[in-house]
Ligand binder design. Sequence first.
Ligand code: UTP
Ligand code: MG
Length: 578
Amino acid sequence: MALISLTLKHAKKYWTFIVAVLVLQLLSTIATLWLPSLNAQIIDKGIAVGDTDFIWRTGGIMLLAAFGQLIVAVGAVYFGARTAMGVGRDLRREVYRKVDSLSTLEATKFGAGTLITRGTNDVQQVQMLVLMTLNFMVSAPIMMIGGIVMALREDAGLSWLVWVSVAVLAVIVSLLVWRLLPLFRVMQDKVDAINGVLREQIMGIRVVRAFVREPFETKRYDVANREITDVSLKVGNIFVMMFPIIMMVLHLATAAVLWFGGYRVEAGDIQVGSLTAFLQYLMQILMAVMMGVFMTMMIPRAVVCAERIRELLDTESSQSFPDSETVASPAAGQIKFENVTFGFPGAEKPVIADASFVAEPGKTTAIIGSTGAGKTVLLNLMLRLYDPQEGSITIDGAPVDALTRAQLARTVSLVPQRPYLFGGTIASNLRFGRTDANDAELWEALRVAQGEDFVREKELGLEEPVSQGGTNVSGGQRQRLSIARALVAKPLVYLFDDSFSALDVATDARLRAALPDATEGATTIIVAQRVSTITEADQILVMEGGEIVGRGTHDELLATNEVYQEIVRSQLEEAEAA
Ligand code: UTP
Ligand code: MG
């Protein structure tokens, strides 16, 4: 079972703590069980006969026992918490590492939402159960059995009261828990639902605003919100009932003990002190029963969570990177595709079909093609965001899958089509690919990327805060920062995926004029929409439906390639229309 195997695996490390918890809890329970009987002795052998000496002596022992019990109980909770939190931390770390090692394909299949929940909430549920188990696993059974033994020792004649009240309490609490469990499950679903609605609304806030969808979205949220309120109210109602009912059982049990015990005291069968002790033991037994039931209540939820974590941890990444460098790092940056074919799992048609080309260092290779032609996927293959099913991709003759992650990252820098910036500052984002770059280098990269002016205008300059995803800068600014980020890294290979689309024609021209100097000697691959952006390229690849249907310089393609001619014609018409 996932819960047991997961927790045992991680708890092993903390076995010393666990032994400490067990021993301390054993001591604490023994002390707790001892106290009522000491109390009984004070009453029966001290107060009843007027032996003050005995009262002092036994009272002193009681005080010591109570104090000792306090200390060991605190110790038990301390080590229990250390263990549970430690297990939680290790489990979270394992989940994080796993998520980190997943390939883009698996990560997308799970989805960000559930990966986050599994790494946080689910782990927390398991951690909670470990904590409760450590706190009650030892004490509840000992308290229960010990309590029964001690109670019977005080007065066997009243034993039927123990059985009756334990049975009544167990039945009542179980019934309530049985009603609660399905509600808890529904509640988890509703929490998921409300998170989902909220998440989508925050992510899509601009679209929601633009389409004035607030009333609709608000209603969607209200529905989810009302559902969760309803379930919570039902749960609340049961809890509200639970405590008075439990208290009632306890009080009725007390009354019964006093009632029947009173007769027995009168008859001289037991002493008053024994009756007091019996009553205290009965309370301890009932408490233990309650703790036991509550614990079992937590188990189903933790089981579900553990299974979800297990499922994630058992997912094997379809990609592996070598741990240490087995081939020399590329020194020139020649990219070579040989008969590369790639399709997304489950899709019928490959997205890249039999692609072969070479991109030489110091040269610019441009890729052009209609939307959905496979340009982005082609670039992603070079970075091993996906691995091809057939064919080989090499850099300076070394297969890309022989390079470590670090080697690959040092060699190739991508300016993605949808640039993403990380929470931090402009400087921290620019240094993403090379942490030791100095400010002058950052400014130089910004100058080339045409981002210098707007960063200079910022009050804090390079230290200007950037929000997660880069949502506090404009789309064009994000694109320029993302270009600068690639330039700072000074890789051998630059991949620009439609990186100039958000720039106006004049800025685009200035950027392209500055780029060759900055990327001197490097392999540059540019995906472009506008033919005007790539007329100077040393080699142009024309893509259509995942295939490379033409290659050559602008003039060659213009003379021979129909697809290219079509693209040029449509863009000319657009320009004329404008
Ligand atoms: P691309 O994303 O490579 O197209 O997707 P592109 O050439 O760059 O297009 P633009 O110019 O940016 O718009 C190629 C094909 O791969 C599929 C898409 O359906 C598309 O037809 N695809 C892409 C997937 O199936 N899953 C993905 O995650 C991405
Ligand atoms: Mg694309």
